[in-house]
Design a protein around this ligand. Structure first.
Ligand SMILES: Cc1ncc(COP(=O)(O)O)c(C=O)c1O
Length: 407
């Protein structure tokens, strides 16, 4: 293996990366969008037309009645939680494998994240674990469509409807993912769907966010929360509710519109590359491939590796990286509940509010811990991989896997 001084599968030819133009789909359309806005002289979405058009186009593409734009995926989750309007100390159920942007907005609204364990094959929230945790103070469940694989939202919607609480879909990693073959798209099954336009996502504006809903009251609350509680529709200068400024700018909105037009092709290309790699790797003993019922949109390509300990998993990812295929052990360093912000907790001054007295011990979600520490390796994915690139990825995984995983 290259990590032991051998020849790497790819030398001197880095794979297309989402951190530069090689792994992004940005071209003359985005350039024209930026110039159009600059030349108009109107950079604010309060009076401009770009963000308004983006939200209409996005809602139409996803299949929701409304979309509201904001400044990031974290802001999108914050808008959604604020729209649900929990009482201080109410609980919101979340999975422990996600970006922290799925969780800190809950604390920002003075509610308490409660972590439900995940499915061992997909890492998405387990509805049985959710059912066990729903109690009198639960106000919502956040389902994260991890790596582009839809969480079981139909079941979660049944559960949450029965409990009279909200389902929030975190779709930051899952654009245009049907929740079942030929079915509705992620972001339209819950009461609210949250999307991110951060640099690594399927489409990007650097940062940016969108929230979908079919509910006009929720849509109004979302809009107001992103705009200081200001009722723009009446023309009155009033501040009708507690809110911040999370507005998207016209520059971001215009670039997002150009990106949106490319999204269906981006998803197709990501799926085609993933199918080629999965085809080459299937049957390798001790290697689990992402379950795909035609619904996976491959933000990342997750591998499930058998028989390793924590150090072994780290070495597996390092060995793949040394072969020229950047990979991460566990996706996260630790499940989100083990991060200092929750464990200490580090919230408002020294109060620990609203988490004081809450415990987030090791062992809270054993399936998630097994994935993060011992089983999961992720390969960041993108739509610009060529046939030769995906061949190299498959060759590198097979090489490292055969060397490190006893069959
Ligand atoms: C699942 C998930 N939720 C939320 C976020 C937060 O999005 P952002 O980085 O745009 O704030 C991200 C991305 O980083 C994410 O992957």
């Amino acid at each position: 293996m290259a990590i032991d001084g051998g020849a790497p599968v790819r030398a001197g030819r880095p794979l297309p990366s989402p951190l530069d133009a090689s792994g992004r789909t940005i071209g003359p359309e985005e350039e024209a969008a930026v110039l159009r806005v600059l030349r108009s002289g109107m950079l604010s979405s309060v009076w401009g037309t770009e963000v308004a058009a983006l939200t209409e186009e996005f809602a139409a593409l996803i299949g929701s009645r409304y979309a509201v734009a904001c400044s990031s995926g974290t802001a999108a989750v914050h808008l959604a939680v604020a729209a649900v309007d929990p009482e201080p100390g109410d609980e919101i159920i979340v999975p422990p494998i996600s970006d922290m942007g799925s969780v800190t907005p809950i604390i920002a609204q003075n509610a308490v994240p409660v972590f439900a364990d995940v499915d061992p094959l997909t890492g998405t929230i387990d509805p049985d674990a959710v059912a066990d945790l729903i109690g009198p103070r639960t106000r919502a469940v956040v389902a994260v469509h991890l790596f582009g694989k839809p969480a079981p939202v139909a079941r979660l919607r049944e559960l949450t409807d029965r409990a009279g609480i909200a389902l929030i879909e975190d779709c930051a990693q899952a654009y245009l993912a049907p929740v079942r073959p030929g079915g509705p798209l992620a972001g339209t099954v819950g009461r609210l769907g949250c999307f991110s336009l951060q640099q690594y996502k399927h489409i990007t504006t650097g940062d940016g966010g969108l929230v979908t809903t079919d509910d006009p009251d929720l849509a109004l609350r979302l809009r107001r929360f992103a705009d200081k509680g200001w009722p723009r529709e009446t023309g009155e200068r009033a501040y009708l509710s507690f809110a911040l400024n999370y507005r998207m700018t016209e520059l971001v909105g215009a670039v997002a519109r150009a990106q949106l037009r490319k999204l269906p092709a981006v998803v197709e290309r990501r799926r085609a590359g993933a199918a080629a790699v999965a085809g080459r790797l299937s049957g390798l003993p001790g290697l689990g491939l992402p379950p795909d019922d035609g619904d996976h949109v491959y933000w990342y390509f997750p591998l499930l590796v058998d028989g390793l300990d924590e150090a072994g998993l780290e070495r597996y990812a390092a060995a793949l990286t040394a072969e020229g295929v950047p990979a991460l052990a566990g996706y996260l360093a630790r499940p989100l509940y083990a991060e200092p912000v929750l464990r200490k907790p580090l919230t408002y001054g020294s109060s620990g509010y609203p988490l004081a007295g809450r415990e987030y011990p090791d062992g809270l979600c054993p399936v998630a811990e097994d994935l993060v520490y011992r089983r999961l390796v992720v390969v960041p994915w993108n739509e610009n991989f060529t046939g030769a690139d995906v061949d190299d990825i498959a060759t590198a995984v097979a090489k490292v896997h055969t060397a490190l995983v006893p069959s």
